[in-house]
Design a protein. Structure first.
Length: 238
């Protein structure tokens, strides 16, 4: 039988800090949209209080969580025990995106991640802050035992060899929209077109779709000019 509480207890907070992996789930408001579940590793998760957690988000090819939070804020985190007594913990709440290079991001990074090697990691994208309104604990009797071997170094090694220009180019290429076309990464580094969070939909991973409004306006102007020229020729012949 599951148990529920309104806040994270001290003992649960201590248990959460020991876990090596957690899962993040979010979804768009559209009933036909894709529900996303992402595994998160490294020393990213922090318990900030009895009703608040955060995690440091690194750059990757997907950006579903950011887009869903910008649209509706709903998010669930799940952790489960792979050793010791069985346990599954779910944290339901609403989250927000604190993007890199903002004063709040810098403050949170200094307050919570100076003891982590993620502090100097290349490719930091945001800190996701979640206000928890419901905590659930269930048995986890069917979750298998698994031994932790080590962190996978691939992500850190990959981005360590990249520059901040490489990061921003990756954002433009892969992180502008969710799979369902919701606006996602928005940052000054990406250029003026992608500085502010726009409401229009687009396509994920397609740099030719949803070009700048100036470019679109230019194309419209060219079309109108061509149409006017053709109309003038037809009128003269008439």
């Amino acid at each position: 039988m599951g148990e529920f509480a309104d806040e994270i207890s001290a003992s649960m907070a201590a248990w959460i800090r020991k876990q090596k992996i957690f899962f993040v789930s979010s979804a768009p408001l559209d009933g036909n949209g894709r529900v996303n579940v992402s595994p998160k590793g490294y020393d990213a998760l922090r318990v900030l209080g009895t009703n608040q957690v955060c995690y440091l988000e690194l750059t990757g090819s997907g950006i579903e969580t950011q887009s869903h939070l910008e649209e509706n804020g709903r998010i669930t985190l799940m952790l489960c025990a792979f050793d010791g007594p069985p346990k599954i913990v779910r944290l339901w709440g609403h989250g927000r995106v604190v993007r890199v290079d903002t004063p709040e991001f810098d403050t949170m990074l200094e307050a919570h991640y100076t003891d982590s090697d993620l502090y100097n990691a290349v490719g930091k994208r945001a800190i996701i802050v979640v206000d928890i309104d419901l905590v659930g604990v269930s048995c986890g009797f069917a979750v298998p035992y698994m031994d932790f071997k080590s962190e996978r170094p691939t992500h850190k090694k990959y981005w360590k060899s990249k520059t901040e220009v490489d990061v921003q180019n990756f954002w433009v290429l892969k992180n502008r929209f969710s799979l369902d076309g919701l606006p996602a990464m928005r940052h000054e580094r990406m250029g003026p077109e992608w500085t502010h969070h726009k409401n229009k939909k687009g396509k994920a991973g397609n740099t030719l779709t949803n070009g700048s409004w100036l470019a679109n306006l230019s194309l419209i102007g060219m079309g109108l000019a061509a149409g006017a020229a053709l109309a003038s020729i037809a009128w003269k012949r008439f």
